[in-house]
Every structure is written in structure tokens, then in C-alpha cells.
Write a new protein. Structure first.
Length: 229
């Protein structure tokens, strides 16, 4: 009788210990499986995608809507894929630096607007590598304006306040080359380059001074050659 009682207690104790050991790895494994399954579950989320036109041609500038339009537009779309991947991509798209490029083609007629479908955005590597399907993109088309880049020579002139104080000034070179979108020259039909000549400039040769044209500050679409005279 004592032997059976001892055996019962011993086996019960061993079973309890083994059960605790088993639970030590079964419970964490179950939690990991649950987390993995939850993150791999297919979900759909509506996001905002910032878009800019892809332009590999230095001979043109592309904007949205018109010649003075923005370089970046936003569209709405649905992302469908594994929960974890969709959540990750959604956070990336919320960043101000996250701008996807929309291919607008190389055969668009310059000086005109063109409708471009946004459908190719669904094949962006950001979505493909994460196994995400993009649907319900709105608007379905964006209007782009193709602005050809042209080059013109313009005269170098002193600032108006300086011109009033001197009888004559000669710059070398007398003309500089401006490269800019056609719409820029349309806005400035009588364009001149202004030399940074001071009012107190002494008679005779003066040191090199910078030249500038309107709207050039911070605008990489407008180049000036040479930039000093």
C-alpha cells in the first residue's frame, strides 16, 4: 500500500514537472505562431501616395496641370497584402520624403498638357517586393505639362539704382547664356541679366561681380553661363 502511494506521488510530481517544462516552450511558441499568423493575415488599407513625374530628358521640365503647376501630386489607393508588410509600407508612405515616380513616357509633345494614367505605380518596387497589390487608385489619371528647355543669350545690365549714378559701364562678357524652360521666357519676354555692381563702384576696371536673373534663386531649372562678369 505504501509502495503504491509513493509511486502515485512520484509519478504525479514528475508529470507536473514535465508539464511545466513543456509549457515553458509551448506557450512562447504558440504566441510566436499567433503573432506570425496575425502579421501574415491579408488586410486592405487606404493610403495617400505622393507622386512626381519621372523625367530622364534634360531637354524638358515636367510639371502637373500646367507650366506653373506643382512637381508633386497626391493620389489615394488601396493596399492589399500581409498585415505586417502593409503596415510597414503605409508608414513609409506617410513620410514627406516618400515620393514615387510616375513614368510619363518620352514621346509627349512639348509645350502641351497630356493625361497620364497612374496605373504603372502599382508595379513600383516598393509594392512588388513587399507582396502588396495596389487597387482603386484615384484619380486614375494626372495631367502633366511638358515644358521644353531652351537657351538664349541676354544682355548684362547694371542695377537700376547704379545705372542712375554712372554715365557708362561695360561688362565682359557683355552677354550671358540663360538656359530655362520655355514658359520662363514667356513670363520674361524682355529678360536681362543684372550684374551685382555696387553704387560706390570706382571708375575703371572693377573686380568680378555676380550676375542674376529673376526666379533663379534656388531654381535648378534655370542656369546662367557664365555666372560672373
Amino acid at each position: 500500500m505504501r509502495t503504491r502511494s509513493w509511486a502515485r506521488r512520484s509519478f504525479a510530481r514528475e508529470n507536473l514537472i514535465n508539464g511545466i517544462k513543456t509549457m515553458g516552450w509551448v506557450i512562447p511558441l504558440t504566441i510566436l505562431i499567433w503573432i506570425y499568423a496575425e502579421r501574415e493575415q491579408l488586410v486592405t488599407a487606404t493610403v495617400t501616395i505622393h507622386v512626381e513625374p519621372r523625367n530622364g530628358d534634360r531637354g524638358r521640365v515636367i510639371t502637373f496641370d500646367n507650366a506653373s503647376g506643382p512637381r508633386v501630386m497626391s493620389i489615394r489607393a488601396d493596399l492589399t497584402g500581409p498585415h505586417g508588410r502593409v503596415e510597414q509600407v503605409q508608414k513609409m508612405l506617410e513620410s514627406a520624403e516618400a515620393v514615387l515616380q510616375l513614368d510619363v513616357g518620352s514621346n509627349l509633345v512639348p509645350g502641351a498638357t497630356h493625361p497620364v494614367t497612374v496605373q504603372p505605380l502599382g508595379n513600383d518596387q516598393l509594392f512588388v517586393t513587399n507582396g502588396i497589390t495596389v487597387t482603386n487608385m484615384l484619380p486614375r489619371e494626372l495631367i502633366v505639362y511638358v515644358d521644353p528647355v531652351v537657351t538664349r543669350e541676354v544682355d548684362v545690365k547694371p542695377p537700376p539704382d547704379v545705372a542712375k549714378t554712372i554715365d557708362k559701364v561695360t561688362f565682359e562678357p557683355r552677354r550671358v547664356t540663360v538656359s530655362a524652360p520655355q514658359s520662363y521666357f514667356n513670363r520674361h519676354p524682355a529678360l536681362e541679366a543684372q550684374a551685382d555692381l555696387r553704387v560706390d563702384a570706382l571708375p575703371g576696371p572693377n573686380e568680378t561681380v555676380a550676375v542674376a536673373v529673376p526666379e533663379r534663386n534656388g531654381n535648378s531649372d534655370i542656369t546662367l553661363t557664365p555666372a560672373t562678369v
